[in-house]
Design a protein. Structure first.
Lengths: 514, 362
């Protein structure tokens, strides 16, 4: 819990007296007979970054949807800057100055940054008698609003030409342009790398200084402790409490979230192994891709190995090269001593390599049943009676703790964390010799995250599977990895053994390359 | 164009901006125009007496108006991410009824023209309803609508060529000239300018791009998506109607089977046009250039004695090449941007990576 020791910066611009930016009181929301929200109070000051925490299903998203006007509450009131929002509809909420940044940023990727901002606030027009769009003014306003955030980019470039961090900045600019007073960020960092997260945080701190009320929803405890002034924790639809970040530790927050002292992650259950003598599972020699390399690396057999780096440092592409998603530009790979040069993912799978993409949607069939998703096979026509398949699926669902463990259920019915467990389980079942996991716990709550980490340790320990974890989540790397390579600007900045792994060390290497 | 643009006074937050002044971008923007000019020069050198004549240029310009209007019309549904395969049939419908209304029903030319175009707009409205309300995929809906129209046109013309009783004043619509150039060229010019202004300089026009780019985002930013999509089908069918009227006026007759063969060259022009001027986006000016890029070699080669079936093969090849080329351009661009971001990163944009790190804790 290294990050927890950091005291957040003092909050500027908060004086007693003015009404809070956002005040939700006694919010109740019933679905059928059950209360998704049982009278929740939630307050965010102007000039404050307020963390909203809780496990999946604790009521965070319901609360946010109530605020957005997507659900109408059965009881309770919402005030923005001291004014009651009544009736609570989507347009009333927007007009009051509440803006949402979702993980899917809702930008039009093929159009320019300036234009995306204009879609939210309207296009500025020429002053002549014929009303046409004045692209000059549209650009100028986009630059102005981005400047408020301290961001200077070419507003004519298409959104898709920017990295996700900047795309998030553009989405925030779009909200600011509509005079937002309260900004709700729903898991904004789940898809960002560490460098981009810092970038986003700098923007958010600047907006806090500007007097915005910011709600920050995240599963990553290190980010919450680093960024937030206060946190409010929800559990089972009720508010467990609101705490000043300065007066509470990450462990205490974790306890508030799960309702019991946190279990210690799998680290102690499965003995860590220092790399064995003998053949490496994977050897990279002078391997080069479009934007990565040359890389030299050895991954010991049966280890959990981290590939770490800031966004764009090359770890994603390295994983893609190993799995045959891109052809290497130069160098070579050895898989258990054999030359490894897969032409496509299918060839990689045949040699015993598995890959779980960062985006769950790329690895699962949303309309399929849990059983179908678990046994989905990339090759061959194995006919099997559905009932038999379901019977076979049941023990695996229990093993991987997918809830509810009903093989006939459609995947859509699962929460994010459970879908992720299923996706990993599907690959564990195939028992590849080398399994690459790209951000295996992005957007997954604390409980599921620990379970996933334990599963990874167990697979490496019992099945002798070698697991390569691509992650920008330093705490995850420490929790689960035997060793890690830190990428820096496309090259291996450092290779760290178990004993050298710490958040501070990883961060320093990822940022400075040494 | 600098890759990294310095931040504001505070210099607090910077970004890796991707420059846009790359030569390859410039080339892809104007390659079609250069191709057109190049072909004109080549054919003019080969056939100075037949190709390089005012008369020939005017004839190419005027001759392509029908395809041009079909193509710029169908740009609208393409922008919102839908197909309209019925435009050829709608053109046939318009041609048949405008002649029929005058020849069979004795309607005044003005009324016949207005009514025909209105009926075509109605067809577009119907297709739009099928796509948005009945949720039929646009490919299927417009294919079906096209066949229905084709059938009705056969019934209406009785499979005959209608040519008797067309008032001469109607024929002037396409056959008269102004400053030595046929009137349809002016109609096309006006429509092209209006469409360009609409798509680039009006909010309504820009919203269509938002719908095509990310429909969900468009909904969330308050765009009424369904009416907009219906409107694009009305635009494409309406302009197909206009070109049907011009065709009818030019040749003075109507038969059931002219329209369908014009679909493919129009599509080829739209896709080819999307590689140019605003690469990666369906756009009016690119489409206009593309229409002539397709027409010039056919005209030139036919003067050299190439048989007429060549045109069909050429258009088919052009459509496929256009789509393949734009895909390649896109991939190259993605690769380049990735490299560039990496380079900016390597050159050490330390301000972005290094600043504001929390002090490492013990």
């Amino acid at each position: 819990m290294t990050e927890a020791a950091l005291t957040p910066e003092p909050r500027p611009g908060v004086v007693a007296g003015p009404p809070p930016a956002l005040r939700m009181r006694g919010i109740r929301k019933l679905f059928g007979g059950t209360a998704a929200l049982a009278g929740v109070d939630f307050e965010v000051d102007a000039g404050e970054i307020h963390g909203l925490l809780g496990e999946n299903g604790a009521g965070k998203s319901t609360l946010i949807k109530v605020l957005a006007g997507a659900y109408s509450p059965d009881a309770g009131t919402v005030e923005v800057m001291g004014k009651l929002v009544e009736p609570l509809t989507a347009s009333a909420s927007r007009a009051a100055g509440v803006s949402f940044i979702h993980q899917d940023l809702g930008l039009v990727p093929d159009l320019s940054a300036a234009e995306n901002i204009a879609f939210a606030v309207g296009f500025e027009q020429t002053s002549g008698p014929v009303k046409l769009i004045s692209w000059k003014r549209v650009r100028r306003r986009a630059r102005e609003v981005l400047a408020r955030m301290g961001v200077a980019i070419d507003v004519d470039a298409t959104v898709s030409s920017y990295g996700i961090g900047t795309q998030a900045a553009i989405a925030i600019a779009r909200a600011l342009a509509t005079d937002a007073r309260v900004l709700i960020l729903d898991e904004p960092t789940a898809t960002l790398g560490a460098g981009e997260v810092d970038y986003l945080f700098r923007i958010l701190r600047r907006l806090r200084a500007d007097g915005l009320g910011i709600v920050f929803v995240s599963h990553r405890m290190d980010e919450v402790t680093q960024l937030c002034d206060r946190v409010t924790v929800l559990r089972d639809g009720a508010c467990v409490g609101t705490r000043r970040m300065a007066e509470v530790t990450a462990a205490e927050i974790g306890e508030m979230i799960v309702g019991r002292p946190p279990e210690v992650a799998g680290a102690e259950e499965e003995p860590r192994r220092h790399p064995r003598e003998g053949q490496a599972a994977l050897t990279l020699r002078q391997l080069e891709g479009v934007a990565v390399g040359p890389v030299n690396l050895e991954v010991p057999t049966g280890s959990v190995f981290g590939l770490v780096g800031l966004a764009g440092a090359g770890q994603d592409e390295l994983a893609e090269l190993i799995f045959g998603l891109q052809p290497p530009v130069g160098g070579e790979m050895l898989l258990f001593g054999q030359r490894h040069r897969p032409g496509d993912p299918r060839a990689a799978v045949k040699t015993g390599v598995g890959f779980v993409p960062a985006d769950r949607a790329d690895g699962l069939l949303p309309d399929g049943t849990l059983a179908q998703n678990l046994f989905e096979s990339p090759s061959g026509f194995a006919f099997e009676r559905p009932s038999h398949e379901r019977g076979r699926a049941k023990p695996s669902l229990l093993e991987f703790d997918v809830r509810p463990p009903k093989p006939e259920l459609e995947l859509n019915a699962l929460s994010g964390g459970n879908a992720q467990k299923l996706l990993l389980g599907k690959w564990f079942l195939r028992e590849p010799r080398l399994l690459i996991l790209n951000e295996p716990t992005a957007g997954v709550d604390i409980g599921a995250r620990d379970q996933i980490h334990r599963m990874m340790r167990r697979m490496a320990g019992e099945k002798d599977m070698t697991i390569v974890v691509v992650s920008s989540d330093f705490e995850e790397v420490i929790a689960v990895c035997d060793a890690a390579a830190v990428l820096f600007r496309g090259k291996v900045g450092a290779q760290l053994e178990r004993d050298d792994l710490s958040v501070a060390h990883l961060r320093k290497t990822a940022v400075h390359g040494e | 164009m600098s890759d990294v643009i310095a931040a504001g006074e505070q210099g607090e937050v910077e970004d890796l901006a991707v420059g846009k002044g790359h030569w390859a971008d410039f080339l892809s923007r104007y390659v079609l125009l250069l191709l057109l000019l190049g072909m004109i020069v080549i054919f003019s050198i080969i056939e100075p007496s037949t190709f390089f004549t005012t008369r020939n240029f005017k004839s190419i310009l005027n001759g392509q108006v029908i395809i041009l209007l079909l193509a710029v019309g169908v740009v609208a549904p393409f922008i919102v991410g839908e197909f309209d395969l019925s435009i050829g049939y709608v053109l046939g419908l318009s041609q048949a009824i405008v002649i029929g209304f005058m020849a069979k029903s004795g309607m005044a030319p003005v009324l016949a023209v207005v009514l025909s175009i209105a009926i075509c707009c109605g067809v577009g409205f119907f297709s739009g309803i099928l796509v948005t309300k009945a949720q039929v995929s646009s490919i299927i809906a417009t294919l079906g609508v096209g066949s229905i129209i084709y059938g009705f046109v056969y019934a209406y013309t009785g499979g005959q060529v209608l040519y008797q009783g067309v008032p001469p004043s109607f024929l002037e619509l396409a056959r008269n000239q102004l400053f030595g150039v046929s009137l349809p060229v002016y109609y096309a010019l006006a429509i092209v300018i209006a469409l360009e202004l609409f798509f680039v300089f009006t909010t309504t026009g820009r919203r269509l791009f938002a719908i095509g780019g990310n429909r969900q985002a468009a909904v969330l930013s308050g765009v009424r998506v369904k009416p907009a999509i219906i409107a694009t089908f009305i635009m494409s069918a309406g302009l197909a109607g206009v070109s049907g009227v011009i065709l009818a006026s030019r040749i003075g007759t109507a038969q059931a089977d002219t329209g369908p063969s014009l679909l493919l060259p129009a599509f080829a022009a739209v896709f080819l046009g999307a590689t140019s001027i605003r690469p990666g986006h369906f756009n009016i000016l690119g489409t206009v250039i593309a229409v002539y890029v397709l027409a010039v070699p056919i005209a030139g080669l036919q003067q050299l004695g190439v048989p007429s079936w060549f045109e069909l093969v050429f258009n088919g090849v052009a459509l496929i090449v256009a789509v393949a080329a734009s895909k390649q351009f896109e991939l190259l661009k993605l690769r380049r941007e990735k490299r560039r971001r990496m380079d900016a990163f390597r050159e050490g944009n330390e301000a972005m990576v290094g600043a504001n790190q929390p002090a490492p804790a013990k």
